[in-house]
Design a binder for this molecule. Structure first.
Ligand code: UFG
Length: 327
């Protein structure tokens, strides 16, 4: 197939592009390189540098490429930033998404695999979270993702688009060549590994008085390779979803740090810090639907493997991708 991948220079996007190229697909990446990395784009893919906020840029790309399907990663994805500058999130994620949907409609491209998030559920009443859990986002990031899901639903009904929503839980891990390089980095595993690399003194633990067994937040960590696999399966599925993507097993912040100590052999000192605004205590997926309808089975569910893969990448790339806009 010929696939247009928006955000293919980002973390999950670049790993999915690598997988698509391995599978023999023709891949065109559309990315503004604002937060992604040119070095992360697989050399087998063509890169169009463009911005979804510019409707002509994505329409021109859609007309030139005429893909069989779109996989849409390009978005801003920092919860904290979204609480300070919601306008960035509605502009990039909703307005940008609208321009993408319009370009698809005008060119007649139907299938779109959309990177959605467990943040669309907000603080759920019960876990594990099924796809039928009410979506009540607790921050503009989650809200922006939900708004684009809703927009696509109407495009499905009225314009016959075929959207598949993949709601990720906590993406992590790496391939040999590709890993997580955000600026600023807010995610737990890279920040823990940064301490092991000697780049910071201690990991802040954001809250140790949550209603969980050890008082720290519990998350469902899912390997980026398993996320990429779900995208490939979503390309041709007759079942449009939505799909939660997680392992269905939760680990606390302390358990992640303990695993990283075992993997790296570093003591990884910690310090207790205040709770982070809007952090739900427990987020764990019920991914039964993805397993049964997409035939998706995570191949790297083991936390030790996940942290080991991330560690291998961070050790090989202690300052992320060369030429990244690191401050
Ligand atoms: N944490 C720390 N110290 C750190 C970094 C994180 O204690 O230095 C804690 C967080 O408070 C949280 C857990 O580790 O309890 C995981 O935090 P991450 O930032 O790694 O991931 P989040 O669960 O906050 O974020 C993920 C996705 C978001 C998504 C969100 C939904 O990365 O895109 O889940 O809540 F919106």
């Amino acid at each position: 197939m010929k696939i247009l991948v928006t955000g293919g220079a980002g973390y999950i996007g670049s790993v999915t592009v690598e997988r698509l190229a391995d599978d023999g697909h023709t891949v065109v990446v559309f990315d503004n390189l604002e937060r992604g990395h040119r070095e992360a784009v697989d050399p087998r893919a063509r890169l169009i540098v463009g911005d979804l906020r510019n409707p002509d840029a994505i329409l021109d790309a859609m007309r030139a490429v005429r893909p069989d399907a779109v996989i849409h990663f390009a978005a801003l994805a920092l919860v904290g930033e979204s609480m300070e500058q919601p306008e960035l999130y509605f502009h990039n994620n909703v307005v940008g998404g609208f321009h993408l949907a319009e370009a698809m409609r005008k060119v007649g491209v139907r299938r779109i695999i959309f990177s959605s998030t467990c943040a669309t559920y907000g603080i759920p009443d019960q876990v594990p979270i099924t796809e039928d859990t009410p979506q009540r986002p607790a921050n503009p990031y989650g809200e922006s993702k939900l708004q684009f899901e809703r927009m696509l639903r109407w495009y499905e009904i009225i314009h016959k688009l075929e959207p598949v929503f993949l709601r990720y839980f906590n993406a992590c891990g790496a391939t040999e060549r590709l890993g997580e390089d955000h600026d600023p980095e807010t995610h737990l595993i890279p920040n823990v590994l940064r301490v092991a690399l000697g780049q910071s003194d201690a990991v802040p633990i954001f809250g140790h008085d949550y209603p969980t067994p050890d008082g720290t937040c519990i998350r469902d960590y899912i390997h980026v390779l398993d996320l990429a696999d779900a995208h490939v399966r979503a390309l041709e599925t007759p079942h449009l979803g939505p799909y939660n993507l997680g392992n269905g097993q939760g680990f606390s912040v302390l358990e992640v740090i303990e695993t990283a100590r075992a993997v790296t052999g570093h003591p990884i000192p910690t310090r207790i810090a205040p709770r982070r605004l809007g952090d739900p205590p427990v987020l764990v997926a019920d991914a039964t639907r993805a397993r049964t309808q997409l035939g998706w089975t995570p191949k790297c569910p083991d936390l030790h493997t996940i942290v080991q893969d991330a560690w291998n990448w961070h050790r090989a790339h202690p300052h992320g991708y060369a030429g990244s806009k690191r401050r």
